[in-house]
Ligand binder design. Structure first.
Ligand code: OOG
Ligand code: NI
Length: 267
């Protein structure tokens, strides 16, 4: 486990950039406040609900750094469960962790996933670098396709493993943009395709959170039987609105999150 929270996020960011080259370019577009002093609203991590690597195992890395549990979220159709974690230091990003509920999936999917997770050394899960350690297994293209046909989430995990699947720019903290619409327009003008599932902007001022995201970049993945480009990671943009007490809403909105997950869909 890390003892230095800044170091953890620096490593997560560097690992994310390796497969998300558009993130660097988007930083440049959004302006200096995000160049030198990045304020991330949150990052997101994914896993399977197998004891060895469950949401709670990932969360342990954050709890050890002073994070506490925020809300929990259910995604029936995608067979996912999630929790978010937050820190009293407002400059530290929230962390959204989801897990695929394997018992709700087919026997075939479960058996492929169990074989992947079996290959993770026990000690890897508590090691400093676990949250950005990528995958600990080999996989062939047919297994990937089988997972993809049932769960895009499972397929994504099977090739990318443990890493931040997105970082999220806090639009509230930007100097040069006020609205999410203006951020989206700048991204589209620069040629970055947005996730349009559920509309370009998910959420409303009434639910106190508006979100948009790019479609994931693609990066080469080595399978046991060849190399292919697969959607990797994406960038999200979030604008939060104040609650009645004047503080910005700090939770997530399940209906919006449900669509954000689709940012890693094959284009
Ligand atoms: C997480 C999707 C949900 C949000 O901001 O609502 C999310 C994921 O794609 O793993 O990040
Ligand atoms: Ni997100």
């Amino acid at each position: 486990m890390h003892t230095d929270v800044k170091e953890l996020f620096n490593q997560l960011w560097a690992n994310y950039l390796e497969v998300t080259p558009s993130a660097k370019k988007i930083h440049a577009i959004l302006g200096s406040s995000q160049q030198d002093d990045v304020i991330n609203d949150h990052i997101a991590l994914r896993t399977f609900n197998i004891e060895k690597v469950s949401l709670e195992k990932l969360a342990a890395h954050l709890l050890a750094l002073g994070y506490t549990e925020g809300g929990e979220y259910h995604f029936e159709a995608k067979k996912l469960y999630a929790k978010h974690f937050e820190h009293t230091d407002p400059t530290l990003p929230k962390v959204f962790i989801s897990e695929l509920l394997l018992e709700k999936c087919s026997e075939e999917l479960q058996s492929i996933v169990r074989k992947l997770v079996d290959q993770i050394p026990e000690a890897a899960v508590t090691a400093d670098n676990f949250l950005y350690s990528g995958r600990h297994w080999t996989i062939d293209q047919q297994s990937y396709e089988t997972l993809l046909a049932e769960s895009e989430y499972a397929a994504w995990m099977s090739v990318w493993g443990y890493r931040a699947n997105h970082f999220t720019v806090s639009v509230n903290a930007l100097n040069n943009y006020e609205t999410l619409e203006s951020v989206n327009q700048a991204l589209k003008d620069a040629g970055f395709p947005l996730n349009t599932s559920g509309g370009e902007i998910k959420g409303t001022p009434e639910v106190l959170l508006e979100q948009s995201s790019t479609l994931a970049d693609e990066a080469p993945v080595q399978f046991t039987d060849g190399t292919r480009n697969i959607p990797s990671c994406f960038y999200e943009f979030a604008r939060r609105y104040p609650m009645a007490n004047g503080q910005l809403y700090g939770g997530f909105v399940a209906a919006s999150a449900d669509k954000i997950f689709e940012s890693t869909n094959v284009r």
